[in-house]
Ligand binder design. Structure first.
Ligand code: NOJ
Length: 559
């Protein structure tokens, strides 16, 4: 397997709006990030992924871009951004930018032109269709509720928006649009960025004809996602992008891909296919959802997690490369989700980190994960800012007849704002995030969960993450070893072995709050040499057989 810097890296995601506010306007900004780079250096991460900082009217917090060549006023200026890049590089770290090119903002100049008339030169930069029987062109549903189509008065037809109506989908069938995107990517790469995280990049090729989704129950809108995920020209587009842009730089790429399976991911990331290096897949993030999607709550069955992760570990081994994540700005906090954010917050956060960081792939840490930030409960729906939450609540409770309490429960469990409350720096007002009024309320638990406390405590989650990151630098087996699941049907223990050049790593994690006996299956040969890390004091028990404490995690190296 080829050794590369991006396989050996740990990435840290910054959601700029919620990270650190330097000017007291209640919104995080670029200068605020610069102030905290030494904190990230201390943590030991290698790469920063910055969620969008481009010009945007903020319908979806920057994932609706109105100018790809400029910085959002809330966040600062291009000079600020250039300084950020310099300061990151000066500390030996790298920066990857978010690339959002499935759609633009409706306020982008391209769309402003396109919507004027059918013969406008930019018309074909977007996806337009005539209505059908006085209705939308097809029955596809927007991710943010309602139809995926919006009527445009001036041209008398509809444009497609898989996300909000202020996020019109770009038309990748148009070679001029593609060239404009490549030009913009080169412009950023020439400024020195080290790669891209590509937003819903497997949505850019749609099935021609944009057919209705099968709709046996006759609901007004059904998801048409099978017609725009991993579409017929997707690999062609990505190979073209690679040839025209990416191949000319030593960069890191990760494509966000809802609805991708292992076989498809192998194609996207195969080292011989020249597309992307990694994808963000969603299988493990969907295991606690019922048939009606993310708001349909269902407890996680650990056996499903094992089956899914193992499929990805083995499926991409030697062919492509995995990204490893449990958190990001779209997901609830994992310590609340798969751990216990009360009595065992520290133990379970460390256990989940161990489970993830010892897998094969590149780990991603989302801001606040390293101090064990938790989900939030705002009683009042008005305190939620996320367009997805607001639209869903409106559709289900205000316009439909869903039960308020039940919908709030699903927001508490799955809502994206769980991840977007301000970073908790200290126990001062607004958690030290801002001296002004924060754009979204701070999680009230900041008095005891904050970075100042975590960095001062050698037993904190923060210092545990530091150790995990350091271990990756010292132990090539963590990066390059093969993966073998053991105890596949155990309901509480997730354990696996990594193999590399005659060495082994035994990773044992207890996903429950009850103590549980572990014994190594007889057919497994393992001679322990040392315990590399664990979230309880080392009791010197033999790794062949012992009792795991609540949410305990241990990693042994041996032969
Ligand atoms: C995925 C992003 O991560 C999410 O935050 C955003 O709302 C959608 N794509 C649309 O850009």
């Amino acid at each position: 397997m080829e050794k590369t810097w991006w396989k050996e890296s740990v990435v840290y995601q910054i959601y700029p709006r919620s990270f650190n506010d330097s000017n007291g306007d209640g919104i995080g900004d670029i200068q605020g990030i610069i102030e905290k780079l030494d904190y990230l250096k201390e943590l030991g991460i290698d790469v920063i992924w910055l969620s969008p900082v481009y010009k945007s009217p903020n319908d979806d917090n920057g994932y609706d871009i109105s100018d790809y060549y400029d910085i959002m006023d809330d966040f600062g200026t291009m000079e600020d951004w250039e300084r950020l890049l310099d300061e990151i590089h000066a500390r030996g770290m790298k920066l990857i930018m978010d690339l959002v090119v499935n759609h633009s903002s409706d306020e982008h100049e391209w769309f402003q032109q396109a919507k004027k008339s059918k013969d406008n030169p930019y018309r074909d930069y977007y996806i337009w269709r005539k209505g059908k029987d006085g209705r939308e062109p097809n029955n596809w549903k927007s991710t943010f509720s309602g139809s995926a189509w919006e009527y445009n008065e001036a041209t008398g037809d509809y444009y497609l928006h898989i996300f909000s109506k202020k996020q019109p989908d770009l038309n990748w069938e148009n070679p001029e649009l593609r060239q404009d995107v490549y030009k913009m990517m080169k412009w950023w790469l020439d400024k020195g960025v080290d790669g891209f995280r590509m937003d819903v990049i497997n949505f850019i090729s749609k099935v021609p004809g944009l057919p209705d989704a099968p709709n046996p129950n006759g609901e007004p809108y059904v998801s048409g996602s099978r017609y725009f995920k991993n579409g017929p020209r997707i690999h062609e587009f990505l190979q073209e992008m690679n040839e025209e842009v990416l191949a000319h730089y030593d960069v890191m790429t990760v494509g966000e891909m809802p609805g991708v399976d292992v076989e498809e991911a192998k194609k996207y990331t195969h080292f011989e296919r020249n597309e992307l290096q990694m994808v963000f897949q969603f299988e493990h993030m969907d295991l606690d959802s019922g048939p009606d999607g993310k708001w349909d709550l269902k407890p996680l069955d650990l056996r499903d997690l094992k089956a899914s992760i193992s499929r990805w570990q083995n499926g991409l081994n030697g062919a492509g490369w995995n990204s490893l994540y449990l958190n990001n700005h779209d997901q609830p906090r994992v310590v609340s989700r798969f751990g216990n954010d009360q009595e065992y917050r520290v133990e379970s956060a460390k256990m989940l980190a161990t489970f993830l960081h010892m897998l094969q792939g590149t780990p991603y840490i989302y801001q606040g994960e390293e101090i064990g930030m938790t989900n939030v409960h705002f009683e009042d729906i008005e305190d939620y800012q996320d367009i997805e939450i607001r639209n869903m609540y409106k559709e289900k409770v205000v316009e439909g007849n869903a039960d308020h309490d039940q919908v709030m429960e699903s927001i508490y469990t799955k809502g994206r704002d769980n991840a977007r409350t301000p970073f908790q720096w200290n126990d001062l007002e607004h958690a030290g995030f801002t001296t002004g009024e924060p754009w979204i309320k701070v999680n009230p638990n900041y008095k005891h969960i904050n970075a100042e406390k975590a960095t001062a405590d050698p037993d904190s989650i923060f210092h545990y993450y530091r150790q995990l990151i350091q271990l990756r630098k010292q132990q090539p087996i963590i990066v390059y070893g093969d993966y073998e699941l053991i105890l596949p049907v155990h309901e509480q223990i997730y354990a696996y072995i990594r193999h590399y050049e005659g060495e082994k790593l035994l990773v044992i994690t207890n996903f429950g709050e009850e103590p549980v006996d572990f014994s190594l299956p007889e057919e497994i040969e393992f001679e322990p040499e040392e315990r590399l890390i664990g979230n309880y004091a080392d009791d010197q028990s033999h790794p062949g057989s012992f009792t795991l404490k609540p949410y305990e995690a241990r990693v042994y190296k041996g032969k």
